[in-house]
Design a protein around this ligand. Structure first.
Ligand code: PHE
Length: 341
């Protein structure tokens, strides 16, 4: 029996020292010290021993159990130390490595142009106002004197939300004129930039979504001369002093009289070049005196008050300023394009 215990001692200590994982160690504990383990197996044979031998063997067995337990414990702590060291080694961070640079973005070039225009108008005492892109047809058309049957109200031109054509995506920023007037606070000096939507196919100069800037002044004694003087000033600030403008008669249902403003091509000085498509002039905006019917419809007495309004395309302005030749570049958000500004 003594030999059996000696054998168990040698085999178990060796196995424990060679063991490489905590799970295996637990399996060894069960194998040697468990209820059905090898030590228990040996002790079962105690019955065969004489009364003198029994306590001696009992003591030896207890000592053996203690030694195996200690060996298990020691191996366990050295294994977990090793585990920790391996973990630390694999998770080391080299704080001296250069970091990943975060690229800071910047404003879209078109919004730089918008900021410039806002600054110009703020400098003249105008307010910047914002309004809904989903609009009642009443505001987008009817209150602007655009009657039922006008071609711009067709389903082929305008995005409608409802079968009865009462709600649409605004096709122009002009409904902001109505919103401003209906507030009932006079005089008004405002610009309203924002997105507008039309059922246009996408090409180099068209997109179903684009931006306009609406402008309007309502006060006593406002005339077409104020419109021309103000817009001439704005154009000089954008395109440089001495920029020549011309006002051509035009028609809009909500202004009377109406006009379109061109600037003389700043590239060729009016001689004709690719920028102005050989015309010498570049169309910049539509404008006019707010129609008396529109004023009255918004609760403003046209005999007491008058005003002017304009609507200008923002994309075209930005394309001119940055020499961008394709409208699609403005919306594609290709980083290689945007990084150039
Ligand atoms: N809303 C018109 C357009 O989209 C432009 C415009 C605005 C004309 C204000 C006159 C006055 O073409």
């Amino acid at each position: 029996m003594k030999e059996l215990m000696q054998g168990l001692r040698e085999a178990s200590i060796k196995a424990i020292l060679e063991c490489e994982s905590v799970d295996e160690l637990e399996a060894l504990r069960v194998k040697y010290l468990g209820k059905k383990g090898e030590l228990t197996g040996i002790l079962r044979q105690m019955g065969k021993l004489s009364a003198e031998e029994r306590p001696i063997m009992g003591q030896l067995a207890n000592k053996l159990r203690e030694d195996i337990e200690n060996a298990l414990e020691e191996r366990k702590s050295s294994l977990s130390e090793k585990l920790m060291e391996a973990k630390l080694a694999s998770e080391t961070i080299d704080v001296t490595l250069p970091g990943l640079a975060h690229k800071a973005g910047h404003k879209h070039p078109m919004y730089n142009v918008l900021d410039q225009i806002k600054d110009i108008f703020i400098g003249m005492g105008f307010e910047i106002v914002d309004g809904p892109e989903v609009e009642l047809s009443d505001y987008n058309f009817t209150k602007l004197n655009i009657d039922a049957g006008h071609p711009s109200r067709e389903w082929t031109d305008t995005f409608y939300f409802t079968e009865d054509s009462k709600i649409c995506l605004r096709t122009q920023t002009s409904p902001m004129q109505v919103h401003a007037m209906e507030k009932g606070v006079l005089p008004i000096r405002m610009i309203a930039p924002g997105r507008v939507y039309r059922k246009d196919e996408v090409d180099a100069t068209h997109s179903p979504m684009f931006h306009q800037i609406e402008g309007m002044v309502i006060d006593k004694g406002v005339t077409m001369a104020d419109l021309k003087a103000t817009l001439n000033l704005v154009v000089e600030k954008i395109y440089g002093e001495g920029t020549v403008t011309r006002f051509r008669p035009h028609h809009f249902p909500f202004t009377e009289p109406s006009c379109e403003m061109d600037i003389q091509c700043h590239k060729c000085g009016g001689r004709g070049c690719p920028t102005c498509k050989g015309e010498g002039w570049i169309e910049v905006l539509g404008a006019g005196m707010v129609h008396p019917k529109v004023l009255a419809g918004c609760g403003i007495d046209p005999d007491e008050y008058s005003g002017w309004a304009f609507g200008m395309g923002l994309e075209r302005l930005a394309m001119g300023e940055y020499k961008i030749n394709d409208l699609r570049l403005i919306f594609e958000n290709d980083i290689r394009f945007l990084e150039q500004f």
